[in-house]
Design a protein around this ligand. Structure first.
Ligand code: CP
Length: 304
C-alpha cells in the first residue's frame, strides 16, 4: 500500500507517468468515468480549503466513485478529544482512500503509520503540499512542453508557503533549473530547503527582495500569498501582506511566454488586471489540479 505524504516519495518516472495519465484523462474523459465504481474517498480537512478538497471530491466523482468526509474538525469527534490516529483507523473502515489536511506538520505522516488505506497529504502546516506540486508540475509541463531548462521565480511567503517547499523539492530533480527566490527578509525560504534540497542537488539559485529586477529572466513566476494563519504576530502580517503586488504595468518587462502561476487563494498579491493577460495561468492551474488528482487516486488504488 502506498501513501503520498511528501513529493520525494514519487520518483521522476512516476511523476512523468502521472502527467501522462492526467493528459490522457483530459483527452479521453469518458474512458475513466467508471474506473472507481464502488470506491469511496474520504476528505478529512482539519484546516480550510476550497481547491484541494473540492478538486479531490470532483476527481473521485468523475472517476465514478463516491466521497464522504468533513471540512472542519469542529463537526467531527476530534472536537470531543479523539486523536488523529483513532480518527484515521475509523475512517479507514468506511473508505478506500483518505485525503487529509492538518495544521500540524507531520500529522498526515502519523496518520499513514496507523492507516489501513492509502493516505494523501493535502497540506500539513507550513511543511508540504505534494498534490499542489503535482498540480503545478502538470501545469508547467502543459504550458512549457518541458520540465527542464527553466528559470523559476518563487515570490512571496517562501517561509511558510508549503507549496513552495514541495515545488522546490520536486523541480530540483530536473536539469537546467534555476530558482530566483523573491521574498522579504522575514519570509525567506527555510535553510533546510536551501541546504538539503537546492545545494544538495547543485541547483542554481539566488535570493532577492526585488521582483522587477529579475522578472525579465523568468519562464515561470510562481506567486504566493502571505500565510496569515502561520504568523504569531498580527502586526508582522499587516506589515508584510502587501509586500508584492503584481500588476499589468510591472509585466511589461516580462517575457512574452512567461507563465504566471499561483496555488491560490490569492489575496492582494496579483492584481485582477493581470487576469486577462494570456500569461496568467492560475485558473488553468486550478483545473489541472482535478486531473492530476484523478491520476493519483488511480495510482494509489492500483487501478489501471
Ligand atoms: N492551493 C490550495 O491548497 O488551495 P486550498 O487551500 O483552497 O485547498
Amino acid at each position: 500500500m502506498r501513501h503520498l505524504i511528501d513529493i520525494k516519495e514519487l520518483s521522476v518516472d512516476e511523476i512523468d507517468e502521472l502527467i501522462k495519465v492526467a493528459n490522457d484523462i483530459i483527452a479521453n474523459k469518458e474512458k475513466y468515468s467508471h474506473k472507481c465504481d464502488g470506491k469511496k474517498l474520504a476528505t478529512l480537512f482539519f484546516e480550510p480549503s476550497t481547491r484541494t478538497r473540492l478538486s479531490f471530491e470532483a476527481a473521485m466523482l468523475e472517476l465514478g466513485g463516491n466521497v464522504l468526509g468533513f471540512s472542519e474538525s469542529s463537526s467531527s469527534s476530534v472536537s470531543k478529544g479523539e486523536s488523529v490516529a483513532d480518527t484515521i483507523r475509523v475512517v479507514g473502515c468506511y473508505s478506500d482512500i483518505i485525503v487529509m489536511r492538518h495544521p500540524k506538520e507531520g500529522a498526515p505522516l502519523v496518520a499513514s503509520e496507523k492507516s489501513t488505506v492509502p493516505i494523501i497529504n493535502a497540506g500539513d502546516g507550513g511543511h508540504n503540499h505534494p498534490t499542489q506540486t503535482l498540480t503545478d508540475i502538470l501545469t508547467i509541463s502543459r504550458e512549457k512542453g518541458r520540465l527542464n531548462n527553466l528559470t523559476i521565480g518563487l515570490c512571496g511567503d517562501l517561509k511558510f508557503g508549503r507549496t513552495v517547499h514541495s515545488l522546490a523539492t520536486a523541480m530540483s530533480r530536473y536539469s537546467g533549473i534555476k530558482f530566483i527566490l523573491i521574498s522579504p527578509d522575514e519570509l525567506k525560504i527555510p535553510e533546510y530547503i536551501k541546504k538539503n534540497v537546492l545545494e544538495k542537488n547543485n541547483i542554481e539559485y539566488l535570493e532577492t527582495k526585488d521582483i522587477e529586477e529579475y522578472l525579465p529572466e523568468l519562464d515561470i513566476l510562481y506567486m504566493t500569498r502571505v500565510q496569515k494563519e502561520r504568523f504569531f504576530n498580527e502586526d508582522d502580517y499587516v506589515r508584510l501582506k502587501d509586500y508584492y503586488i503584481l500588476n499589468k504595468a510591472k509585466l511589461e518587462k516580462a517575457k512574452k511566454d512567461l507563465s504566471i502561476l499561483h496555488p491560490l487563494p490569492r489575496v492582494n498579491e496579483i492584481n485582477t488586471d493581470v487576469d486577462d493577460d494570456p500569461r496568467a495561468r492560475y485558473f488553468e492551474q486550478a483545473l489541472c489540479g482535478k486531473y492530476i488528482r484523478m491520476a493519483l487516486i488511480l495510482k494509489l488504488l492500483e487501478i489501471k
